[in-house]
Design a protein around this ligand. Sequence first.
Ligand code: FMN
Length: 186
Amino acid sequence: MLLFVNACLRENSRTERLARMWLERRAYEGELCTVTLSELDIDPLEATGPNTIDAYLAAVASGAYDHPMFEHAKAFAQADEIMIAAPFWNYGLPALLNCYLELVCTQGLTFDVDETGAYMSLCKARRLTFVSTAGGAAPDPSDDHAFGKVRTLATRFWHIPRIEYVAAWGLDGPGADVEALLANAL
Ligand SMILES: Cc1cc2nc3c(=O)[nH]c(=O)nc-3n(C[C@H](O)[C@H](O)[C@H](O)COP(=O)(O)O)c2cc1C
């Protein structure tokens, strides 16, 4: 199963278009499962509210992950391949995607810690692709907190060996040829 995490939030999103172009080229033969974050009610971990940090920590301590907030992590762990698409916002990820990733990063569901303190992956995925578009020019990699975060999680927690970045830059520049920039990104 290829899990497509769609964190595109605008109508006619160029990032979503690039993601769908990538999917077409990928020609994945298995099942495609799409999670459209704008259609879900994803709450962050908070002191109060639907997803409390107390309930989260109690589940991690007991191993009883029956709260609905853990559905995203369970599905993520089962995916054979993952594609995440999100626009580049303020040198990072849209908050909604951060909320989703916060829940996906549940110890005991997508990763665990062994007796030496090292992270062990509980994810099946061997390949993760991050698709993005940005209005401006590509920043210095140390300022790219969008792919930077995704790459760190995919490497450190989930041990995904093949991590790819498909990004189109400069889409909001004067006279930008958006179609050509998207095609070049592929
Ligand atoms: C809230 C917000 C923050 C943005 N931050 C950046 C930024 O830090 N750097 C940049 O190059 N473009 C930035 N942009 C421009 C978007 O990255 C660009 O328009 C992108 O192509 C939007 O993708 P979409 O068409 O899929 O919505 C920002 C746009 C918005 C709405």
